[in-house]
Design a protein around this ligand. Structure first.
Ligand code: CAO
Length: 416
């Protein structure tokens, strides 16, 4: 079966996580992704958080599937010439160097356009234009500056960063959408364009509901679904941390289940959805709340959410999280067990759908990775292992028209 992005060639100048997330997605959709790395060390993540000495780390392998790797020193004159050939030959250049690095290499937007006016040039940077545009940025910096950290955690504790890589992988996802959109526009305009994603902006986009809440707070001085309201706490001038309260219009909370004393993940997320309130009351054996004036309507319940969830928790503590889920599902009550990474890795249904995939690697043996979460019916994804450093240098240069002698000369000059 053909692939959606077959025929699109990507010059992948990305490293660490944000850029590689983006190009991995494009590779999964069938683009020919040529990852350009410096000889010797390559992408720094190859050697970071290693679990097997001398072998590409899971950090690297899990972000670079389905790509080809070439080594190239883009600062040497002969290396620059190869890069120019690649720019002429490819449809998209993706990079997430520190601000200004590509220009310092001699490949400004204007120069790339002159070499290939059809090229889409896509970049991730930490910040957009403004006071911080020159800063280097990693995941948690973006989480902190994009509004995630100040709104995550409990009101009596410090800001908290989340394990979900919303700064890096979140930016990569945004960038990938920008690239395919630019490629689509190219079909009519005939021109490439710049695609830029700032990590701060990507995190802020994912924190949109908190900017909503900021404006609600400024208008009304209170947010009744936040735990602070039920606890009688004063609201300040900025959106506070909401603990595990739901971010939407239906109240929710994380509740202890049987075994919580010893299992750190014996919890369930419980949503007290208005539509199933009578069923909730019946399940927990508190039918009186169905008609009680303090509990009968969503509005009446708001000041009593702490009572509501502690009463529900008395019931959830009697059952394991999976038993709770099975019972609640019978009544259409929305809930979700807190799954550990071990439970997720072992989940047969996630293996069956390809959400978790086992991949064979010549040096590390087999390992688990996350498959493509976006399923296209006409473009299925086969997850193939990440390339070894420079594994495809000869192959790619050969396709570009370099002879074996020229390749040997480039090697002697340490350009590749
Ligand atoms: N040939 C020649 N030079 C190369 C090269 C190649 N193939 N690949 C990289 N380089 C050079 C760059 O040109 C740069 O040189 P100069 O500093 O002289 O311009 C140098 O390697 C270092 O690149 P860098 O500054 O991007 O790398 P770093 O490790 O110092 O910083 C990071 C890493 C991620 C902080 C920075 O790249 C950055 O802020 N990127 C944008 C934001 C981003 O994507 N962050 C996500 C990171 S994941 O948490």
């Amino acid at each position: 079966m053909s692939k959606a992005l077959e025929g699109i060639r990507i010059l992948d100048f990305t490293h660490v996580q944000s850029g590689p997330t983006c190009t991995q997605l494009l590779a999964w959709f069938g683009a020919d992704v040529i990852k350009v790395e410096r000889a010797g060390e390559g992408d720094a993540t190859r050697a970071q958080l290693r679990d097997i000495p001398g072998v590409d780390s899971l950090y690297f392998t899990m972000l670079n599937h389905n790509k080809r790797s070439i080594t190239l020193d883009a600062k040497r004159p002969a290396g620059k010439e190869v890069l120019e050939t690649l720019i002429r030959d490819c449809d998209v250049l993706v990079e997430n160097f520190a601000p200004g690095a590509l220009d310092r290499m001699g490949f400004s937007w204007e120069r790339i356009q002159a070499l290939n006016p059809r090229m889409v040039v896509a970049s991730v940077k930490g910040f957009g234009p403004g006071p911080y545009e020159h800063c280097k940025v990693y995941e948690n910096v973006a989480q902190c500056t994009g509004g995630a950290a100040s709104t995550t955690g409990f009101s009596d504790g410090p800001p908290v960063v989340t394990g979900a890589q919303i700064g890096d992988s979140g930016s990569g996802l945004h960038l990938a959408l920008g690239i395919v959109t630019a490629l689509f526009q190219r079909t009519t305009s005939g021109r490439g364009q710049r695609v830029q994603t700032a990590m701060q902006d990507a995190v802020l986009n994912l924190c949109r509901v908190k900017l909503r809440d900021q404006q609600r707070l400024e208008r009304t001085g209170v947010m009744e679904e936040y735990p602070q309201f039920g606890m009688g706490e004063e609201f300040g001038s900025a959106v506070p941390r909401a603990g595990n309260a739901s971010g939407g219009g239906q109240p929710g909370s994380i509740l202890r289940c049987k075994g919580w004393e010893t299992d750190p993940n014996a919890y369930i997320y419980f949503i007290a959805q208005a539509a199933v309130w009578p069923a909730i009351c019946q399940v927990i054996g508190h039918e009186g709340w169905i008609t009680h004036p303090d509990f009968a309507t969503p509005r009446a319940r708001l000041p009593h959410l702490i009572d509501v969830f502690s009463r529900i928790e008395e019931w959830t503590r009697l059952h394991t999280k999976f038993e709770v889920m099975a019972i609640l599902n019978q009544h259409d009550i929305p809930c979700g067990p807190i799954l550990s990474m071990k439970e997720i890795a072992d989940d047969p249904s996630l293996r069956a759908t390809g959400a978790i995939v086992e991949v064979a690697h010549p040096e590390r043996g087999s390992y688990l990775t996350v498959g493509n979460p976006i399923k296209l019916s006409d473009s299925p994804t086969d997850v193939r292992r990440s390339p070894l450093l420079g594994e495809h240098t000869e192959e790619v240069l050969g396709q570009l028209g370099y002879s074996a002698e020229q390749i040997a000369a480039l090697r002697a000059e340490r350009a590749i």
